[in-house]
Design a protein around this ligand. Structure first.
Ligand code: ZN
Length: 388
């Protein structure tokens, strides 16, 4: 770059002397735009594309993420005469949702994870050349849960592998034939059946095959078999093919926005925040707290303390072993109670595998009703009829 008044001969002389080539602004030097006057967005387009390409590449090292976040945080608190100002609030607090006292900024790591999840989703579902290649190279038609990471696996495959595992657990299915694992896929929408002991031995059985056997598989306890049959008939669609569904978006496709919303919300949905809300009497909050920690003298808990006993529940016509799930969910009395109140509040609850999920679903409804401060119609009706 030389002055616009420089003559052609002078430019040539400089070129010959220094070996540099002559360019006219705006131009790029060592990847950075060089220009006269005011910075225009277009000068930075190439640089932005390069950053974007780097972000899309799955693995940004943790150190880079950290460095970038420090830059953002410096930007928020500012500096005077090159000296950084004191940061009064920690970065994790700033990145909380506004409802939780943060500024609602997305942590960079979360954004990057969302991009990786999107890539993993495409590997599972997209019809692109890249997706087919990745499927052929890494998945080879195998059950995703049985694919192990080998020690020499690359960093990017490691990252994608983790996302694939997350996706299989979070995503649910819209199914017709049911040609996928009855165990490892979350086809019921309340989690996979991987928590059952010895489940991996049955991972190869498809939903279709299990349904043909009426779910009469030694792995499933009687009670669960009944639940599985009901769920299967409830969810099966005659005219549909099998399609993996992302449950947090309206069209069932994964989107970065829906992922981030879900992750952020679930941070707010922490059950231990909810149980201490004002409208719940302290005595009840305390009871729920103990229940969540399984710190109640239920038979199954007592026998864990090596106290021998014959467990017989008092809630069923034909007594069964008393466990937390039995006493508070599966038992005759518990079933009746849930049914009664779910009906009263118009709740359609999916089947749950643990008490935390049940309470979460309930408390979610409870806090919504609190804000609306409108009693459900059925309660009003019940009140009216009792006054007559
Ligand atoms: Zn019982």
């Amino acid at each position: 770059m030389v002055s616009s008044k420089a003559t052609r001969r002078r430019i040539q002389a400089i070129q010959a002397l220094t070996g540099f080539s002559h360019k006219i602004a705006p131009m790029e030097y060592l990847g950075v735009p060089i220009f006269y006057g005011k910075a225009k967005a277009i000068y930075f387009e190439k640089l932005l594309t390069r950053i974007r390409r780097k972000m899309d590449a799955f693995s940004v090292p943790k150190s880079i993420v950290k460095a970038l976040e420090i830059l953002f945080s410096n930007f928020i608190w500012g500096s005077t005469e090159g000296k950084k100002k004191r940061k009064w609030i920690s970065w994790p607090k700033i990145t909380r949702p506004t409802a939780m006292g943060g500024l609602g900024l997305r942590p960079l790591a979360m954004t990057l994870k969302a991009f990786r999840m999107k890539a993993a989703w495409n590997i599972l579902n997209a019809d692109t050349l890249w997706a087919s290649f990745m499927r052929a190279k890494y998945i080879k038609g195998k059950n995703l849960r049985t694919i192990n990471l080998i020690a020499s696996a690359s960093k990017s495959w490691r990252d994608i592998w983790c996302c694939l595992q997350d996706l299989v657990e979070l995503a649910t299915w819209e199914f017709g034939p049911g040609d996928f694992s009855v165990i490892t896929e979350n086809w019921r929408g309340s989690g996979s059946l991987l928590h059952l002991e010895g489940s991996m031995d049955y991972a190869h059985i498809t939903l279709k095959e299990a349904a043909l056997m009426q779910f009469n598989i030694p792995l499933f306890p009687q009670e669960l078999q009944q639940d599985l049959r009901e769920d299967f008939h409830l969810k099966k669609r005659q005219d549909s093919h099998d399609r993996r569904i992302w449950p947090y978006s309206s069209n069932g496709d994964f989107s970065i926005k829906s992922y981030i919303t879900e992750v952020t919300d679930s941070r707010c949905r922490n059950i231990f925040v909810k149980i201490w809300q004002n409208f719940i009497p302290t005595k009840i909050s305390f009871f729920i707290w103990k229940l969540l920690h399984e710190a109640l003298p239920v038979d199954s808990a007592v026998s864990k303390c090596h106290i021998q006993m014959a467990s017989r529940c008092v809630c069923c016509i034909s007594p069964k072993e008393e466990s937390f799930m039995h006493l508070f969910y599966h038992g005759d009395l518990a079933k009746k109670a849930w049914l009664h109140f779910n009906d009263l509040f118009d709740l359609r609850m999916p089947r749950f595998t643990n008490i935390k999920n049940i309470l979460n679903a309930w408390l979610q409804t409870a806090s919504v009703n609190q804000i609306d401060a409108k009693p459900p119609k059925k309660i009003l009706k019940a009140n009216r009829s009792s006054k007559k």
